[in-house]
Design a binder for this molecule. Sequence first.
Ligand code: MTE
Length: 347
Amino acid sequence: MIVHNDFPEDLESLPEYLSTWITPNDAFFVRQHLPRPRTSAETHKVEVGGLAANKLSLSIADLRKLPQVSVPAVLECAGNGRSYFRPKMPGLQWTKGAIGNAEWRGPRLADILAKARASTKAQFADFDGLDVGVGKTPDFIRSIPMRKLQHPSTILALDMNGVPLPDLHGGPVRLVVPGWDGASWVKWVSRIELADKMHTGFYMNPAYRYPKNPVAPGSAAKPEDLDVLEGMAVKSFFARPADQTKVQLGTPVTLTGPAWAGEHNVARVDVSTDGGATWKTASLSAQGREFSWRIWKSEWRPAKPGYYTLCCRATDTAGRTQPIEPAWNPSGYLWNAVDRVGVLVEG
Ligand code: MTE
């Protein structure tokens, strides 16, 4: 992993671990704003309150008794790729690897909200984890609209890739909001508060907001011109070959990596071995349903020695395509430029 911070842990996956459909738990990126809380599956409780007729206090055993669903889904930090924006902005300087695809398993939020007899006045649920504010860093609380919470794939995950959710990833219980950026996926969930309005805390405003209209690079955006981030961009990158790889002429080279598109599906990935002058469509793995990524692949036999710029570009079912230059924004969210790697073919 690339260690951006060791306390609290901010760890980035290396691209070569992102070439498989499932990202192993011990290679999965980690992002926390605050020190990791101490809790256990035996003692942990999730309280459900606010605009609900039936307040709940659920243990992990209670959550495991509800119907369990498996949801393969991509988790990506909104700031993944921030280091590539120019001019640069403050924040974690992620490169490609603040992302992974895992199989999450647990009860549906819709079932928990029904058990709590959520009021029809409830428009949002505020999710708070056990981590607490420290110094100038406030408590991490996120509001999710009811329409997304009622989606059958929105769950409280108790398992990640077939094992109990590791505490680095929010164990024993975290929110999984498929198709939305990682900030919504609250870890160590301890309180769900139903409300008629969106929470006004720092992590809903001004953090995790994106300009409604593109702003000039380096400029500020007025608060009223920012919207809460929902969904994710269409994106793909090279897991292999690594940038600046050397290969021998005559050796076939496998170009591969993941492609995903938030709440949409990936329609196509195109690759170029001549810096984007010509493109060829890559194959896509059969695995990869709604919300999870697909692995794209293309075999390349370089015809002559020299230095090559390889590019990959995904297009989704909503017609979105990776741009050459993503819109600059003050917090450096949603970087999704056409990915490039350089390869030297030696004769
Ligand atoms: N939940 C809590 N309680 N505290 C946090 O700091 N970070 C969020 C989200 N959930 C965070 C949290 C952010 S910004 C991201 S990108 C994801 O968790 C990262 O999840 P991971 O560490 O399992 O990869």
